[in-house]
Design a protein around this ligand. Sequence first.
Ligand SMILES: [Zn+2]
Length: 176
Amino acid sequence: MKCSACRARLGAYQDRELDATAAARVEEHLRACEACRRLAETMARAECGLQQLSALEPSVDFTHAVMARIAAQPAMATGRPRLTWLGVYDLIAWLVVVGLAAAGVLRWQAVVAEIGVWAGKAAVAGDVLYRIAQHFHLTTLALAGGACEIAIALMVFVAMGRSLDSTTLRGVRTTS
Ligand SMILES: [Zn+2]
């Protein structure tokens, strides 16, 4: 038997999966070949180590302990500072609007009328919505709220675009 043939059968031999004839031929080669004998010993040790590893049983509360450790970790950064910033900006804008309205500085009717004109220019649907709201004196506040959200979003996008442009320009200037 050649070394390659012996090594190909070593795993099966050690797992006692070879028939008697094949096992005898492997044993015969191992007695004659030191290199293959060493390999067989190494494989046997590895097998033994693996069996010891599989004998390691996790403690009963292993999963619970791991989950508790994960829960105890400090919260990771959300990775969405822009969205967080947007939310904060939105909240502040609303607080300002509510504060102004409460102080009587902002008159909702005037705001709604302004928005209605703007919406009418922008889209027919907006105008229709405005007319319906005016006619039934309904959802004026909701309409104003939605329009405010759109206006805030537009302002934010414009601000973002400007900051983006200035960064790009700066990049161009430094590279040129
Ligand atoms: Zn050999």
